[in-house]
Design a protein. Structure first.
Length: 202
């Protein structure tokens, strides 16, 4: 009786087991043939006194640009030289200098450093490991004077390269008619004719 029940059970659910086995086999074959690709999320670290907010590398036909955003938590204003950051993408041996703005940053201020790497192009989607050095001077509380000793703080970033979309700027035509006069309470309609930029316009 028990053997008969077992046979009936198998006959009833045989198709379910077959479908489940096929599904598991397909998933297994797909993973083995394609491999499992994982990407580490973008990360950036400088120092507790300069917490890094974000790091990006964008590339286009003419080269690449790196952007490092961090804040000043040193407890005192700082100033940057013209080449306020030295940036080196691994495994390349060349370092690229960039500019940090604002040139003077009070305590708690956010700083953006831009590094142009002309002629160096990465494939979009590439995971890039980078090292950089931030150069700065210590200033007094009201930022009226800064010291001459240059401090250097190192940082690292792991970023996923993205593609930059470069669009021509919007161009503005003269207002017509010249010297328009509008009476108070009068309803008017304004229209714009723009060129350049990237559509759609908002």
């Amino acid at each position: 009786m028990k053997s008969q029940s077992a046979i009936e059970f198998l006959m009833t659910y045989a198709w379910s087991f077959i479908i489940l086995a096929i599904a598991i086999a397909i998933v297994f074959i797909f993973l083995v043939s394609k491999g499992v690709t994982t990407y580490a999320p973008s990360s950036c670290y400088i120092a507790p006194s300069f917490p890094c907010v974000e790091a990006k590398v964008v590339t286009n036909a003419s080269g690449s640009t790196a952007i490092i955003l961090f804040s000043n938590q040193l407890g005192t204003p700082i100033a940057f030289p013209g080449n306020g950051i030295s940036f080196k993408p691994t495994p390349y041996s060349q370092s690229y200098n960039g500019q940090c703005v604002p040139a003077k940053a009070g305590n708690g201020a956010y700083i953006t450093c831009n590094i142009t790497m002309k002629g160096l192009r990465f494939s979009p989607g590439t995971e890039l490991n980078t090292n950089f050095v931030i150069k700065y001077f210590i200033c007094n509380a009201n930022e009226s004077a800064c010291g001459t000793f240059q401090y250097n703080t190192s940082g690292t970033a792991t970023v996923m390269v993205t593609t930059a979309i470069v669009s021509p700027p919007l161009s503005l035509s003269p207002i017509t008619p010249n010297n328009p006069a509008i009476d108070e309470g009068q309803s008017i309609s304004l229209t714009a004719s723009v060129s350049g930029g990237t559509q759609p316009y908002h």
